[in-house]
Design a protein around this ligand. Structure first.
Ligand code: UDP
Ligand code: MG
Length: 324
Protein backbone atom coordinates (compact mmCIF):
# COMPACT_ATOMS: atom_id res chain seq x y z
CA UNK A 1 0.00 0.00 0.00
CA UNK A 2 1.45 3.35 -1.08
CA UNK A 3 0.19 4.97 2.10
CA UNK A 4 2.82 3.23 4.23
CA UNK A 5 5.69 4.56 2.18
CA UNK A 6 5.22 8.29 2.38
CA UNK A 7 8.44 9.94 3.53
CA UNK A 8 8.53 13.52 4.73
CA UNK A 9 11.97 15.02 5.31
CA UNK A 10 12.03 17.85 7.85
CA UNK A 11 14.90 20.25 7.26
CA UNK A 12 15.30 23.18 9.69
CA UNK A 13 16.85 26.24 8.05
CA UNK A 14 18.19 29.32 9.75
CA UNK A 15 20.00 31.74 7.44
CA UNK A 16 20.87 28.96 5.02
CA UNK A 17 20.59 30.79 1.66
CA UNK A 18 24.13 29.67 0.77
CA UNK A 19 23.36 25.95 0.93
CA UNK A 20 19.66 25.55 0.18
CA UNK A 21 19.92 25.14 -3.58
CA UNK A 22 22.54 22.42 -3.26
CA UNK A 23 20.62 20.67 -0.47
CA UNK A 24 17.42 20.75 -2.53
CA UNK A 25 19.24 19.41 -5.59
CA UNK A 26 20.73 16.47 -3.71
CA UNK A 27 17.50 15.65 -1.91
CA UNK A 28 15.54 15.72 -5.15
CA UNK A 29 18.00 13.29 -6.76
CA UNK A 30 17.67 11.06 -3.72
CA UNK A 31 13.86 11.19 -3.88
CA UNK A 32 13.84 10.33 -7.58
CA UNK A 33 15.96 7.23 -6.95
CA UNK A 34 14.00 6.19 -3.85
CA UNK A 35 10.70 6.51 -5.73
CA UNK A 36 12.15 4.52 -8.63
CA UNK A 37 13.20 1.75 -6.24
CA UNK A 38 9.68 1.90 -4.75
CA UNK A 39 11.06 2.49 -1.28
CA UNK A 40 8.98 5.62 -0.88
CA UNK A 41 5.71 6.78 -2.41
CA UNK A 42 5.17 9.58 -4.87
CA UNK A 43 3.41 11.57 -2.18
CA UNK A 44 6.72 11.98 -0.35
CA UNK A 45 7.95 15.52 0.25
CA UNK A 46 10.86 17.54 1.60
CA UNK A 47 9.64 20.16 4.08
CA UNK A 48 12.01 23.06 4.69
CA UNK A 49 11.25 24.80 7.97
CA UNK A 50 12.32 28.42 7.89
CA UNK A 51 13.24 29.29 11.46
CA UNK A 52 12.87 33.07 11.29
CA UNK A 53 15.85 33.57 8.97
CA UNK A 54 17.06 37.10 8.33
CA UNK A 55 18.31 36.35 4.81
CA UNK A 56 16.59 35.07 1.67
CA UNK A 57 15.99 31.54 3.00
CA UNK A 58 12.18 31.75 2.88
CA UNK A 59 12.19 33.27 -0.63
CA UNK A 60 14.35 30.38 -1.82
CA UNK A 61 12.00 27.86 -0.19
CA UNK A 62 9.04 29.49 -1.97
CA UNK A 63 10.92 29.34 -5.27
CA UNK A 64 11.76 25.68 -4.76
CA UNK A 65 8.13 24.92 -3.99
CA UNK A 66 6.90 26.86 -7.02
CA UNK A 67 9.31 25.04 -9.33
CA UNK A 68 8.85 21.54 -7.87
CA UNK A 69 5.70 21.37 -5.75
CA UNK A 70 5.71 17.57 -6.00
CA UNK A 71 9.01 17.48 -4.11
CA UNK A 72 9.33 20.58 -1.94
CA UNK A 73 7.09 22.06 0.73
CA UNK A 74 7.79 24.79 3.23
CA UNK A 75 6.88 25.91 6.71
CA UNK A 76 7.53 29.48 7.75
CA UNK A 77 7.80 30.08 11.49
CA UNK A 78 6.67 33.43 12.81
CA UNK A 79 10.09 34.05 14.37
CA UNK A 80 13.32 32.27 15.28
CA UNK A 81 12.43 29.51 17.75
CA UNK A 82 15.70 27.56 17.77
CA UNK A 83 16.78 24.37 16.04
CA UNK A 84 14.89 21.93 18.31
CA UNK A 85 11.61 23.80 18.08
CA UNK A 86 11.95 24.21 14.32
CA UNK A 87 12.40 20.45 13.99
CA UNK A 88 9.39 19.83 16.24
CA UNK A 89 7.25 22.29 14.27
CA UNK A 90 8.05 20.32 11.11
CA UNK A 91 7.44 16.94 12.68
CA UNK A 92 4.13 17.91 14.26
CA UNK A 93 2.93 19.39 10.99
CA UNK A 94 3.64 16.25 8.99
CA UNK A 95 2.80 13.58 11.58
CA UNK A 96 -0.65 12.87 10.17
CA UNK A 97 0.25 13.02 6.49
CA UNK A 98 3.41 10.89 6.46
CA UNK A 99 4.24 7.29 7.29
CA UNK A 100 7.81 8.16 8.24
CA UNK A 101 9.73 11.39 8.75
CA UNK A 102 13.47 12.01 8.63
CA UNK A 103 14.96 15.09 10.26
CA UNK A 104 18.17 16.40 8.74
CA UNK A 105 20.26 19.58 8.95
CA UNK A 106 20.20 21.89 5.97
CA UNK A 107 23.99 22.26 5.74
CA UNK A 108 24.62 18.77 4.23
CA UNK A 109 26.70 17.65 7.20
CA UNK A 110 24.34 14.72 7.49
CA UNK A 111 24.95 12.27 4.65
CA UNK A 112 22.09 12.26 2.13
CA UNK A 113 23.16 8.76 1.06
CA UNK A 114 22.38 7.37 4.51
CA UNK A 115 18.68 7.97 3.79
CA UNK A 116 18.46 4.75 1.71
CA UNK A 117 19.61 2.64 4.62
CA UNK A 118 17.27 4.46 7.02
CA UNK A 119 14.24 3.83 4.83
CA UNK A 120 15.25 0.18 4.36
CA UNK A 121 15.53 -0.22 8.13
CA UNK A 122 12.06 1.29 8.46
CA UNK A 123 10.68 -1.27 6.02
CA UNK A 124 12.34 -3.99 8.11
CA UNK A 125 10.12 -2.93 10.98
CA UNK A 126 12.09 -0.32 12.88
CA UNK A 127 10.06 2.60 14.19
CA UNK A 128 13.10 4.77 14.96
CA UNK A 129 16.38 4.79 13.03
CA UNK A 130 19.24 6.83 14.50
CA UNK A 131 21.88 8.31 12.22
CA UNK A 132 25.16 7.80 14.08
CA UNK A 133 28.49 9.37 13.12
CA UNK A 134 31.14 6.79 12.40
CA UNK A 135 33.98 9.30 12.16
CA UNK A 136 34.69 12.90 12.96
CA UNK A 137 37.50 13.39 10.50
CA UNK A 138 36.25 16.75 9.31
CA UNK A 139 35.64 18.30 12.74
CA UNK A 140 38.28 20.51 14.26
CA UNK A 141 40.02 19.08 17.33
CA UNK A 142 38.10 21.51 19.51
CA UNK A 143 34.69 20.58 18.09
CA UNK A 144 35.47 16.86 18.32
CA UNK A 145 36.73 17.18 21.89
CA UNK A 146 33.77 19.24 23.11
CA UNK A 147 31.20 17.15 21.24
CA UNK A 148 32.50 13.78 22.47
CA UNK A 149 32.92 15.19 25.96
CA UNK A 150 29.29 16.29 25.72
CA UNK A 151 27.99 12.75 25.11
CA UNK A 152 30.12 11.29 27.90
CA UNK A 153 29.15 14.01 30.34
CA UNK A 154 25.47 13.56 29.47
CA UNK A 155 25.72 9.88 30.27
CA UNK A 156 27.51 10.47 33.60
CA UNK A 157 24.85 13.02 34.49
CA UNK A 158 22.07 10.54 33.84
CA UNK A 159 20.59 11.65 30.50
CA UNK A 160 20.68 8.59 28.28
CA UNK A 161 21.48 9.72 24.74
CA UNK A 162 22.65 7.65 21.76
CA UNK A 163 26.41 8.18 21.50
CA UNK A 164 27.45 10.36 18.55
CA UNK A 165 23.90 10.74 17.32
CA UNK A 166 22.66 14.27 16.69
CA UNK A 167 19.32 15.02 15.10
CA UNK A 168 19.59 12.99 11.91
CA UNK A 169 16.94 10.32 12.49
CA UNK A 170 13.94 8.58 11.04
CA UNK A 171 10.74 8.25 13.02
CA UNK A 172 7.55 6.50 12.01
CA UNK A 173 4.25 8.35 12.22
CA UNK A 174 3.38 6.04 15.12
CA UNK A 175 6.34 7.41 17.11
CA UNK A 176 5.52 10.98 16.07
CA UNK A 177 2.03 10.61 17.46
CA UNK A 178 3.54 9.55 20.80
CA UNK A 179 6.06 12.40 20.64
CA UNK A 180 3.13 14.81 20.40
CA UNK A 181 2.17 13.81 23.96
CA UNK A 182 5.44 15.12 25.40
CA UNK A 183 4.45 18.68 26.16
CA UNK A 184 7.73 20.02 27.55
CA UNK A 185 8.90 23.47 26.59
CA UNK A 186 12.59 22.74 27.29
CA UNK A 187 12.92 20.52 24.28
CA UNK A 188 15.86 18.12 23.88
CA UNK A 189 14.81 15.69 21.17
CA UNK A 190 17.77 13.34 21.30
CA UNK A 191 17.04 12.64 24.96
CA UNK A 192 13.30 12.40 24.38
CA UNK A 193 13.13 9.99 21.44
CA UNK A 194 14.88 7.06 23.22
CA UNK A 195 12.34 7.50 26.05
CA UNK A 196 9.47 6.82 23.66
CA UNK A 197 10.80 3.34 22.97
CA UNK A 198 9.69 1.03 20.11
CA UNK A 199 12.02 -1.02 17.95
CA UNK A 200 15.02 1.04 16.86
CA UNK A 201 18.42 0.64 15.23
CA UNK A 202 21.42 2.68 14.09
CA UNK A 203 22.65 3.62 10.65
CA UNK A 204 26.28 4.78 10.49
CA UNK A 205 27.49 7.64 8.31
CA UNK A 206 30.47 9.90 8.00
CA UNK A 207 29.74 13.45 8.93
CA UNK A 208 30.86 15.89 6.28
CA UNK A 209 31.96 19.47 6.61
CA UNK A 210 29.34 22.20 6.40
CA UNK A 211 28.73 22.76 2.68
CA UNK A 212 28.60 26.57 2.95
CA UNK A 213 27.77 29.28 5.43
CA UNK A 214 28.78 29.10 9.06
CA UNK A 215 27.74 27.15 12.14
CA UNK A 216 24.81 28.58 14.05
CA UNK A 217 26.05 26.83 17.17
CA UNK A 218 28.87 28.86 18.70
CA UNK A 219 30.42 27.59 21.95
CA UNK A 220 28.06 29.66 24.07
CA UNK A 221 24.97 28.09 22.44
CA UNK A 222 26.56 24.64 22.66
CA UNK A 223 27.13 24.99 26.40
CA UNK A 224 23.57 26.23 26.89
CA UNK A 225 22.39 23.21 24.89
CA UNK A 226 24.38 20.82 27.10
CA UNK A 227 23.08 22.39 30.33
CA UNK A 228 19.55 22.23 28.93
CA UNK A 229 20.01 18.59 27.99
CA UNK A 230 21.22 17.61 31.45
CA UNK A 231 18.74 19.62 33.49
CA UNK A 232 15.83 18.51 31.28
CA UNK A 233 16.58 14.83 31.68
CA UNK A 234 18.24 14.23 34.99
CA UNK A 235 18.04 15.31 38.60
CA UNK A 236 21.48 13.90 39.26
CA UNK A 237 23.02 17.36 39.81
CA UNK A 238 20.52 17.90 42.63
CA UNK A 239 21.48 14.59 44.21
CA UNK A 240 25.13 15.54 43.79
CA UNK A 241 24.52 18.66 45.89
CA UNK A 242 23.06 16.52 48.66
CA UNK A 243 26.03 14.17 48.48
CA UNK A 244 28.55 17.03 48.63
CA UNK A 245 26.62 18.62 51.50
CA UNK A 246 26.72 15.33 53.37
CA UNK A 247 30.44 14.95 52.78
CA UNK A 248 31.05 18.51 53.95
CA UNK A 249 29.17 17.85 57.20
CA UNK A 250 31.38 14.86 57.93
CA UNK A 251 34.50 16.88 57.17
CA UNK A 252 33.30 19.69 59.42
CA UNK A 253 32.75 17.29 62.33
CA UNK A 254 36.35 16.14 61.91
CA UNK A 255 37.46 19.78 61.72
CA UNK A 256 35.61 20.62 64.93
CA UNK A 257 37.28 17.73 66.74
CA UNK A 258 40.61 18.92 65.40
CA UNK A 259 39.91 22.51 66.51
CA UNK A 260 39.12 21.32 70.03
CA UNK A 261 42.24 19.20 70.09
CA UNK A 262 44.34 22.21 69.12
CA UNK A 263 42.63 24.29 71.82
CA UNK A 264 43.34 21.68 74.48
CA UNK A 265 46.99 21.58 73.47
CA UNK A 266 46.93 25.36 73.88
CA UNK A 267 47.79 26.80 70.46
CA UNK A 268 44.33 28.17 69.68
CA UNK A 269 44.96 31.56 68.00
CA UNK A 270 46.48 29.66 65.13
CA UNK A 271 43.13 29.33 63.41
CA UNK A 272 42.82 32.45 61.25
CA UNK A 273 43.89 31.03 57.88
CA UNK A 274 41.92 27.81 58.21
CA UNK A 275 38.80 29.80 59.17
CA UNK A 276 39.20 32.04 56.14
CA UNK A 277 39.63 29.05 53.83
CA UNK A 278 36.55 27.39 55.24
CA UNK A 279 34.42 30.54 54.82
CA UNK A 280 35.44 31.02 51.20
CA UNK A 281 35.11 27.38 50.33
CA UNK A 282 31.71 26.88 51.94
CA UNK A 283 30.51 30.20 50.49
CA UNK A 284 31.53 29.14 46.99
CA UNK A 285 29.96 25.75 47.38
CA UNK A 286 26.70 27.22 48.60
CA UNK A 287 26.49 29.60 45.67
CA UNK A 288 27.17 26.76 43.24
CA UNK A 289 24.46 24.66 44.87
CA UNK A 290 22.03 27.56 44.72
CA UNK A 291 22.90 28.09 41.07
CA UNK A 292 22.11 24.47 40.21
CA UNK A 293 18.83 24.61 42.10
CA UNK A 294 18.08 27.92 40.37
CA UNK A 295 18.61 26.23 37.01
CA UNK A 296 15.82 23.78 37.84
CA UNK A 297 13.54 26.45 39.28
CA UNK A 298 13.99 28.36 36.01
CA UNK A 299 12.95 25.24 34.13
CA UNK A 300 9.82 24.83 36.22
CA UNK A 301 9.02 28.50 35.59
CA UNK A 302 9.27 27.99 31.82
CA UNK A 303 7.21 24.79 31.94
CA UNK A 304 4.32 26.09 34.04
CA UNK A 305 3.76 28.97 31.65
CA UNK A 306 2.97 26.42 28.89
CA UNK A 307 3.75 28.88 26.14
CA UNK A 308 3.60 27.59 22.56
CA UNK A 309 6.93 26.18 21.47
CA UNK A 310 6.66 27.53 17.95
CA UNK A 311 4.20 29.49 15.84
CA UNK A 312 3.63 28.56 12.22
CA UNK A 313 3.00 31.54 9.96
CA UNK A 314 2.67 29.67 6.62
CA UNK A 315 2.59 26.09 5.41
CA UNK A 316 2.98 25.55 1.68
CA UNK A 317 2.32 21.99 0.65
CA UNK A 318 0.77 20.43 -2.39
CA UNK A 319 -0.43 16.93 -1.75
CA UNK A 320 -1.43 15.98 -5.29
CA UNK A 321 0.26 12.85 -6.58
CA UNK A 322 3.33 13.17 -8.73
CA UNK A 323 2.27 12.78 -12.34
CA UNK A 324 5.23 10.99 -13.77
N1 UDP B 1 19.09 25.99 12.92
C1 UDP B 1 17.77 26.43 13.13
N2 UDP B 1 17.52 27.40 14.05
C2 UDP B 1 18.54 27.98 14.80
C3 UDP B 1 19.87 27.49 14.60
C4 UDP B 1 20.10 26.50 13.66
O1 UDP B 1 16.83 25.94 12.49
O2 UDP B 1 18.25 28.85 15.61
C5 UDP B 1 19.33 24.93 11.91
C6 UDP B 1 20.42 25.22 10.89
O3 UDP B 1 19.90 25.92 9.79
C7 UDP B 1 20.90 23.83 10.52
C8 UDP B 1 20.71 23.05 11.81
O4 UDP B 1 19.79 23.80 12.60
O5 UDP B 1 20.10 23.25 9.50
C9 UDP B 1 22.00 22.82 12.56
O6 UDP B 1 22.69 24.04 12.76
P1 UDP B 1 24.25 24.22 12.50
O7 UDP B 1 24.65 23.47 11.27
O8 UDP B 1 24.55 25.67 12.50
O9 UDP B 1 24.87 23.52 13.79
P2 UDP B 1 26.22 22.62 13.88
O10 UDP B 1 26.10 21.58 12.81
O11 UDP B 1 27.34 23.55 13.64
O12 UDP B 1 26.19 22.06 15.26
MG1 MG C 1 25.85 21.92 10.90
Amino acid sequence: MAEEKTLYMVVPCYNEEAVLHETAKRLKEKYVSLIERELISKESRVVFVNDGSKDKTWDIICELHAADPQYFSGINLARNSGHQNAVLAGLMTVKDICSMAITMDADLQDDVNAIDAMVEKYHEGNQVVYGVRSARKTDTFFKKFTAEGFYKFMKVMGADVVYNHADFRLMSSRVLKELANYREVNLFLRGLVPLIGFQSCNVYYERAERFAGESKYPLKKMLAFAVNGITSFSTKPLKLITAVGFLMSIISVIAIIWAFAVKIIGRSELGWSSTMCAIWFIGGLQLLALGIIGEYVGKIYAEVKQRPRYIIADFINETDNKNN
